[in-house]
Design a binder for this molecule. Structure first.
Ligand code: SF4
Ligand code: SF4
Length: 313
C-alpha cells in the first residue's frame, strides 16, 4: 500500500516531470529508478506516459510500485513549453547549452521533453523565448486516467487564483477516491496564507488521505548542495509545525542532501520527491543509443540512482 510506503518515513519519489511526455525517456527513468529501489513515480497526466512507466516496471520485475500523475492550474510553470521566435533568434546556442532536459537542439524545442523550467529564456540574449501553457483540462484527461487506475493524483497549486484552485480541487476530490497530493509552494503566498490554503483544501478529507508536497522552489534542482534544497526543507518545516493529518514530502530543489538537512533540522517528514537532480545524474546513460542492450550502461545508471535513493532513507 502507498500508505505503508509513506508511513515508513523515507519514501523516495522520482519526479519524471509533469510536462515530460517523452515516452522513451520516461521508460528508461522508471526502469533505472525502480531497479535502484524507488517505489513511487510521478508522471505526466498522459496515458502513453503511464503505459510506458508500467512497461518499465514490468521489465524491472517490480510489482510493489505506485504511480502518481500530476495536474496543474493555469499558469503552472510545470505545464509550460518553450517557444522560440525565429525573427529574433540568432542561433547562438545559449539556450541549448543550459537546457537540463536536452529539449533544445539547433534552436528547435522538442516539446515532449520540455518541462517548462524557464532556464532557456533567462539566458537568451535576444529575448526570443517565451512560454505557452499546455495545461490539461481535468475533465478531458482525468476520466480515462482514473479508469485505468493510478495510485495518486497530484495537484500543483501555484498562484493565487482561489476560485480556480478550489473548483479543480473539488473535481479531483469528487472523482478520485485514492490518495491525493497537493504540491504547494510559498512563492506567492505568505506563510500564513500557505497553511490556510492547505487547511482549507484538506477540510473534510479523511486523515492521512492527502500528501502535502512542500515545494521549495519549483524545478530549481540540479545542484547537489544544501543551499539548493534549503527552501524545500523550510517549506516542510512550516507544514510540519502546523501538525496536520497529512503525509509530508519535500520537493523543489531536492537532492542527496535534502533528507540529511531535514534530519539536522529535526523536521519530521515522510520522504523526498526528486526531479531535476535525479534526472541529471542519469542523463548521460539515458542519452546512450545502446541503453537497452548494454548491461554495463544500465548497471552504472542504476548504481548512480541507488546512491541518491539511499541518501533519502
Ligand atoms: S531550458 Fe527548461 S523551459 Fe527551456 S526548453 Fe529546456 S526544459 Fe524547456
Ligand atoms: S538563446 Fe535565444 S538567440 Fe540563442 S539560440 Fe536560443 S533562442 Fe536563439
Amino acid at each position: 500500500m502507498l500508505e505503508d510506503l509513506l508511513k515508513a518515513g523515507h519514501c523516495f519519489k522520482l519526479i519524471c516531470g509533469a510536462g515530460k511526455e517523452d515516452i522513451e525517456e520516461v521508460r528508461k527513468l522508471v526502469y533505472i529508478y525502480a531497479l535502484a529501489g524507488c517505489r513511487f513515480f510521478d508522471l505526466s497526466a498522459n496515458l502513453d506516459v503511464i503505459d510506458s512507466a508500467r512497461d518499465a516496471l514490468q521489465k524491472a520485475d517490480v510489482e510493489d510500485a505506485y504511480l502518481c500523475v500530476s495536474v496543474g492550474l493555469k499558469g503552472d510553470p510545470h505545464s509550460n513549453k518553450a517557444v522560440i521566435d525565429y525573427n529574433r533568434c540568432v542561433n547562438c546556442g545559449s539556450c541549448e547549452s543550459v537546457c537540463p532536459e536536452r529539449a533544445i537542439h539547433y534552436a528547435k524545442v522538442k516539446r515532449n521533453k520540455c518541462i517548462g523550467c524557464g532556464r532557456c529564456a533567462k539566458v537568451c540574449p535576444r529575448g526570443a523565448i517565451s512560454y505557452i501553457s499546455e495545461e490539461k483540462q481535468l475533465n478531458e484527461v482525468m476520466p480515462d486516467i482514473i479508469k485505468i487506475g493510478v495510485d495518486c493524483i497530484e495537484f500543483h497549486v501555484v498562484g493565487q487564483n482561489e476560485e480556480e484552485v478550489f473548483t479543480k480541487w473539488k473535481y479531483l476530490k469528487e472523482n478520485f477516491d485514492g490518495m491525493l497530493s497537493i504540491c504547494v509552494c510559498r512563492a506567492k503566498l505568505s506563510d500564513e496564507a500557505f497553511i490556510n490554503r492547505i487547511n482549507k483544501m484538506i477540510d473534510g478529507r479523511k486523515p492521512y488521505t492527502t500528501v502535502i508536497q512542500a515545494d521549495g522552489f519549483p524545478m530549481s534542482g540540479g545542484e547537489d548542495s544544501y543551499k539548493s534544497t534549503l527552501q524545500a526543507v523550510a517549506a516542510a518545516e512550516i507544514v510540519s509545525n502546523a501538525k496536520l493529518p497529512v503525509y509530508l514530502i519535500m520537493s523543489g530543489g531536492t537532492n542527496s542532501k535534502t533528507s540529511e538537512l531535514a534530519k539536522m533540522c529535526e523536521i519530521p517528514n515522510n520522504g523526498v520527491a526528486v526531479g531535476s537532480y535525479a534526472r541529471k545524474i542519469v542523463r548521460r546513460y539515458l542519452d546512450r543509443d545502446d541503453f537497452w542492450i548494454n548491461q554495463n550502461v544500465i548497471d552504472d545508471a542504476v548504481e548512480a540512482a541507488r546512491r541518491l535513493v539511499e541518501c533519502c532513507e
